[in-house]
Design a protein around this ligand. Structure first.
Ligand code: PFF
Length: 442
């Protein structure tokens, strides 16, 4: 039997968990990826599919992950070693740890770009450039190896410094400061964007579903985006769940994280879609949407430099609270399984992710490739694994008993049992097939 390493930790309160959990979920996925894919795949109809996926499938998987973590107080590998000793399930945990490494490597590179754009925007670099020159400036910027690797290094260092502080004094404390700040900046941007002359067209693209626009690819992209956005499938929520106390209500904690994550993704759409249409830009601009389209908008609006700088601060804040949760997965693994001190564990996890990210910093195709392997396939395979494990192996009785701790009035056992045994695994398996059929859906 494993002894618990005292270098793990616990949240100080339910609010602490909710902010840290929302900090993990809300990230580049919400503010950069969500508006990009929603624009690419038809606007409002995509958004409806996304919302259905969150409500019907993702929340069930999140509750499953939190229950596993809290029940065992372990990292994703330790969970399976404890609940299914001597079986191959531990490889599902190992896949999560490797995925944490894979995602953190390229995530930190993109976060580094957003960080660099704070200073570029504040310095007015884009103010006198034409749209073509802005696009050129972006591709020059990301292909400059010194800048790309340097900013990736800076961002990973920030992340490690926060993680050295541990669960309460590091992750929780910084999430409590950074999450409200993010909300304030986002609200300002939404107000600016929806009051631009000509915003109505963007609002109707975003709010009035045109079902003819929805394709098979769009459905796969929407559901996959929901998993990525809610940090599911690699054990982040298992790890964060392992720092929850038995008094906390898992259902309402998961619901809060889901609500905040979805609310912030929707708000990011309100900040970006109206602006795109107001300036006659193309919602299908793809991955460069934020870095190429938005600086054009900031050039055209009153106090654009201030809003623009604020926007990239926001994106960096969102990215750091997510990146800490991604690096925490391998770190928790080293703390629990290798009995390392938190400092050593974070150093190995962070430096490893930094080194693994260097090829992605140097080559955009490599970055995309990492995103497909780790950000899509791995997360979906991991989510399928976790729902099959909880629904069929650990079992509905055990998960419901874990939910009942801290929530004795819970009456949804049958509904939850159905969701985790049938709905989630079938939907995630269908998503995997969809991803194989439409590999370029993201
Ligand atoms: N949810 C984060 C985002 O939306 O940016 C990304 C992420 C974090 C994915 C943690 C997966 C994960 F385990």
């Amino acid at each position: 039997m494993n002894t618990v390493n005292n270098d793990r930790g616990v949240w100080s309160s339910k609010l602490g968990f909710i902010l840290a959990g929302a900090g993990s979920a809300v990230g580049l996925g919400n503010i950069w990826r969500f508006p990009t894919v929603a624009g690419e795949f038809g606007g409002a109809a995509f958004v409806v599919v996304y919302l259905v996926a969150v409500a019907l499938i993702c929340l069930a998987v999140m509750i499953a992950e939190l229950s596993l973590g809290r029940n065992t107080q372990r990292n994703p590998v330790g969970v399976y070693k404890t609940l299914a000793p001597g079986t191959a399930w531990k490889y599902l945990g190992i896949l999560g740890v490797i995925t944490g490494w894979g995602i953190s490597s390229f995530y930190s590179v993109i976060a580094g770009w957003t960080f660099g754009y704070i200073f570029k925007t504040a310095a007015g670099t884009f103010s006198n450039l034409s749209p073509d020159e802005i696009a050129q400036a972006f591709s020059n910027f990301i292909s400059n190896p010194v800048a790309a690797i340097g900013l990736h290094a800076v961002f990973m260092t920030f992340t490690m410094l926060i993680l050295f502080g541990g669960v309460k004094a590091g992750i929780e404390k910084w999430s409590k400061i950074l999450m409200p700040l993010l909300l304030v900046i986002l609200v300002l941007l939404v107000v600016r964007s929806v009051t631009l002359p000509g915003a109505e067209k963007g609002l109707s693209f975003y709010l009035k579903p045109n079902w003819g626009n929805l394709t098979g690819k769009g459905i796969v992209a929407a559901v996959g985006q929901a998993f990525f956005s809610l940090s599911l499938g690699m054990g982040t929520m298992i790890t964060y769940g392992s720092y929850l106390s038995k008094q906390d209500n898992l259902i309402s904690s998961a619901a809060w994280v889901g609500f905040l994550d979805t609310g912030i993704a929707l708000m990011a759409g309100f900040a970006i879609m109206p602006a795109i249409f107001a300036f006659g830009l193309d919602p299908q601009a793809g991955a460069g949407l934020i870095f190429v389209v938005l600086p054009n908008m900031f050039n055209e609006i009153f106090l654009g430099t201030v809003f623009g700088t604020g926007f990239f601060v926001l994106l960096s804040v969102a990215a750091v609270t997510s990146l800490i949760s991604i690096v925490e997965v391998p770190a928790a693994y080293f703390i629990d399984e290798w009995k390392l001190s938190r400092k050593k564990a974070v150093l190995i996890a962070g430096l490893g992710a930094f080194l693994a990210g260097i090829p992605a910093a140097l080559n955009g195709n490599f970055l995309n490739w990492m995103n497909v392997i780790f950000g899509q396939y791995s997360l979906i395979i991991g989510s399928l694994g976790v729902s099959v494990f909880v629904g069929w192996n650990w079992g509905v009785a055990n998960v419901n008993a874990e939910i009942a701790e801290g929530n004795p009035k819970f009456r949804g056992q049958r509904i939850y049992g159905f969701a985790i045994r049938f709905l989630a695994p079938i939907a995630v398996a269908a998503l995997l097939v969809g991803l194989i059929l439409f590999p370029d859906a993201f």
